[in-house]
Design a protein. Structure first.
Length: 76
């Protein structure tokens, strides 16, 4: 998955919630752009938990796919 694709999803107007899936199939929901921070170089994605469990720091090159809430999918 590319940083540009992630930036496009996070900056979309209107924003559409999506889920990020890692290569090991762990899933991270992004219900609103305030729940995610993509570092300037695009190598790291920080995702805040919707359930107040802290944050997850993800290595962008290890993202296998992203799935929109409407069921459409984007893969790397």
């Amino acid at each position: 998955m590319s940083a540009d694709e992630l930036r496009g999803l996070l900056d979309a107007v209107p924003f559409k919630p999506f889920t990020v899936y890692m290569a090991n199939d762990r899933a991270f929901e992004i219900p609103h752009p305030d729940f995610a921070l993509l570092t300037p170089k695009g190598r790291t994605l920080v995702v805040a938990s919707n359930e107040d469990k802290g944050v997850n720091i993800l290595d962008v090159p290890l993202i296998a796919r992203m799935e929109m809430r409407d069921g459409s999918e984007r893969t790397s």
